[in-house]
Design a protein around this ligand. Sequence first.
Ligand code: FAD
Ligand code: FES
Length: 337
Amino acid sequence: MGHTVALNFEDGVTRFIDVAGGESVADASYRVGINIPLDCRDGACGTCKAFVESGTFDAGNYIEDALTDDEAAEGYGLACQIKPRSDMVLRVAASSEACKTRPAAHAGTIGAVTRLSDTTVAFTLRTGPLAFLPGQYVNIVVPGTTQHRSYSFSSPPGAAEATFLVRTIPGGLMTGFLAAASPGDAVQFTGPVGSFYLRDVKRPVLMLAGGTGLAPFLSMLDRLAETGAMQPVHLVYGVTHDADLVEVERLSALVAAVPGFTFGTCVADPGSAHPAKGYVTDHLDPAHLHGGNVDVYLCGPPAMVEAIRQHFTDTGVTPASFYFEKFVPSGVVTSSA
Ligand SMILES: Cc1cc2nc3c(=O)[nH]c(=O)nc-3n(C[C@H](O)[C@H](O)[C@H](O)COP(=O)(O)OP(=O)(O)OC[C@H]3O[C@@H](n4cnc5c(N)ncnc54)[C@H](O)[C@@H]3O)c2cc1C
Ligand code: FES
């Protein structure tokens, strides 16, 4: 029986390949023209060493020089030897360009464009089911221009239509397109891209969202509604103004759909009518940090992401893992990844 393997490259590009029963990941990869690092193909050199993010597999035959027991225990495997027993996610130690591949190009059409509030718009792309990891994004060419903007999926992988959540920026290029868009408008995009995606849930999860940084969490939570989560998952969703608070009903429905899921919202504006005022950091309950035994996912505007990272440094809590995505406006260069 075949399985789907996501190959994540160092530059954030992800390609999905079908690996036939009994086939190695390396053979399947070369079959479709993705030249992952490879030399001996025999489990002897270690050139094809890759980190297995998720999935079960037959590790094959290899010598200690190629992969030590410690490396295998840490989660590494050899792509020339790995034969998947389930769908897998593999981190390849090379860029997509070095492997002679690039993000997949797609064409779709606009479905619905829904104004959720004065500041936030949701839109759907009709593309047919897309493979991506929940939390990833695509680069959409703004129709009528040569520029692209990045948007995180707010729908789960494989959904019939892909959905997105967009903060409206006065004078913004994509904002302007969406204000006038009609169902059926053609859209080109590439992806999926990004290393911000939901890993296997092995311990409690804390999700921290700022504004439309909620989008990737909706995708992750929809996935958890399908697969189940055996751990507590808590989301703190903070916005600047009351109008920015959207999709709360959907989050409430997810509480019923994902066992162990809870969430809280807060609004920074001191004039807000919301009962929980302040920043996300003001509403971080130490209980949700589980003494550090927690995977933290953080997404939102760059200033919010930096403030929360600093908060963790200041409080001295080191989570088991920490993943973040900054919604950096296009053309803005940042010094940290
Ligand atoms: C990896 C990634 C994922 C992203 N995912 C999402 C997403 O899911 N939802 C979402 O809403 N956005 C997301 N963004 C941001 C998005 O790509 C655009 O930058 C944003 O939607 C503005 O596009 P625009 O064309 O409307 O405005 P632009 O034409 O890009 O901007 C017009 C002007 O406004 C400024 N500007 C742009 N954004 C802001 C801002 N937030 N605050 C202040 N000034 C600003 C610009 O610098 C420019 O001067 C993501 C960004 C990245 C890097
Ligand atoms: S290519 Fe040499 S160990 Fe896989």
